[in-house]
Structure formats: structure tokens, C-alpha cells
Design a protein around this ligand. Structure first.
Ligand SMILES: Nc1ncnc2c1ncn2[C@@H]1O[C@H](COP(=O)(O)OP(=O)(O)OP(=O)(O)O)[C@@H](O)[C@H]1O
Ligand SMILES: O=C(O)c1ccc[n+]([C@@H]2O[C@H](COP(=O)([O-])O)[C@@H](O)[C@H]2O)c1
Length: 189
């Protein structure tokens, strides 16, 4: 089975993420997509992060009932910050019969030379890149990659956090059940 891994802080997961995950699952040769909730992205500040268990739960609520999508907390038990190559190495050892690929936006991909052991990552794992506006893929760094033309929403978790902080509605920017859960628990206020 070929599994696409979609890494993120998911702080919170939003509809833009869900469109990508589902599109990749149904429009490529990937059999499944796992959303890997990263406790701490090495290139991001951790101050604004909602507790990782809450972020995990919100992401589980988002994929609920979708057979091709799964959420993983595998990085919760690995050293912090969460380096993607370490997670890939761990997963490959743990599930030797599965084939893992990485899903990422063209913005993240252009930053890949800043990632830990990025050569090892690109030499061993296929990358599924979706185009994000203003970030065309200008260099593939010798990666085994394919570019997928997925539908995009101009949304970000930071924008959603900001709206909630200002007391404004971010309804429809996240799946309905996620919005309900955020409100019930007063997250990001
Ligand atoms: N609207 C979007 N459409 C497609 N991909 C997205 C979108 N927003 C983020 N991504 C990508 O999803 C992955 C996980 O994103 P992440 O959890 O960091 O969310 P984010 O919205 O970029 O967060 P923040 O605004 O807090 O930086 C990253 O590869 C990121 O580039
Ligand atoms: O491994 C690295 O060096 C590395 C550097 C930056 C980001 N990542 C991972 O990439 C995922 C998405 O990151 P970003 O910056 O696109 O939001 C997140 O899960 C991070 O842990 C990984």
C-alpha cells in the first residue's frame, strides 16, 4: 500500500488542509493519506500552539468517517522539534511493507534545503507537491517528485486564530464539526 504523509502543526486543521488531503487520496495513486500532527515544527515558534492533544482531536474530528484519511500522533513520542526525516525513518522501520511518500505545498518544498538531512529525505521518499500561489516550483533539487494540480483555498491557521482572538467568526473555514468543537472549548480566544 502507498501512503501519503501530510505533515503539519494543524493549529487548527482547516478546510484548505482537508481539500488537499482528500484530493491527494482520490486523484493520485496514493491509497491512503495520513495527517501527521507535529507537536513542534522546527521552523516555527511554539508560543501560539494549542496543546498537541487538542490539535490531534480536532484533526480526528475533521477526518471522521472518511475511509481514505487517517490521523497519526506518531510524532508525539519522538524527540522534539519534529524533524520529518526522523519520523519517516521511524515509520519505515515500523511498517516495512508499506511505501511512504510525502505531501507538501510548493512553498514548503522551496524551503526543503533548510530541513534536516534533506538529501536523505529526497533520495529515499517520493514527494507529491501541490502548487501554492506565488510559489512556483523553480527547482526540484533532484527529488523524485510529482506536481499535483489540487484545488486551493487561501486560508491559514494563523488567520483563523487571529479571527477567533478578535471575536470574529471563522465558521466554514474549518469543517463544521471542528468549528463546533473549537467554540465549545473556547480554543484560541
Ligand atoms: N490553505 C492551504 N492550502 C493548502 N495547503 C496549506 C494551506 N495552508 C497550509 N497548508 C500546508 O499544509 C501543511 C500544514 O500546514 P500548517 O499546519 O503549518 O498550517 P498553516 O495554515 O500554514 O499554519 P500557520 O498559519 O499557523 O503557519 C503545510 O505544508 C502548509 O504549507
Ligand atoms: O524536518 C525538518 O527539518 C522540517 C523543517 C520544517 C518543517 N518540517 C515539517 O513540515 C511540516 C509542515 O511545515 P510547514 O512549515 O510547511 O508548516 C511540519 O510537520 C514540520 O514539522 C520539518
Amino acid at each position: 500500500m502507498k501512503i501519503g504523509l501530510y505533515f503539519g502543526s494543524f493549529n487548527p486543521v482547516h478546510t484548505g488542509h482537508m481539500i488537499i488531503a482528500n484530493y491527494m487520496a482520490y486523484n493520485t495513486d496514493l491509497d491512503k493519506v495520513w495527517l501527521i500532527v507535529s507537536p513542534h515544527n522546527p521552523l516555527k515558534e511554539s508560543a501560539s500552539l494549542l496543546n498537541e492533544h487538542h490539535r490531534l482531536h480536532l484533526t480526528e474530528v475533521a477526518v471522521d468517517g472518511e475511509p481514505k484519511l487517517r490521523v497519526s500522533n506518531i510524532e508525539f513520542s519522538l524527540p522534539r522539534p519534529s524533524f520529518t526525516i526522523d519520523t519517516l525513518t521511524y515509520l519505515t522501520e515500523k511498517f516495512p511493507t508499506q511505501q511512504f511518500a510525502v505531501i507538501m505545498g510548493s512553498d514548503s518544498f522551496q524551503n526543503i534545503p533548510r530541513w534536516k538531512n534533506y538529501r536523505q529525505l529526497l533520495d529515499n521518499y517520493e514527494i507529491y507537491i501541490y502548487n501554492r500561489s506565488q510559489h512556483p516550483v523553480t527547482d526540484t533539487f533532484g527529488a523524485n517528485c510529482r506536481i499535483v494540480d489540487a484545488p486551493l483555498l487561501e486560508l491559514s491557521s494563523s488567520r483563523i486564530r487571529q479571527l477567533i482572538k478578535e471575536g470574529k467568526s471563522a465558521r466554514y473555514m474549518v469543517p463544521d464539526a471542528v468549528w463546533k468543537y473549537i467554540q465549545e472549548n473556547n480554543y484560541y480566544k
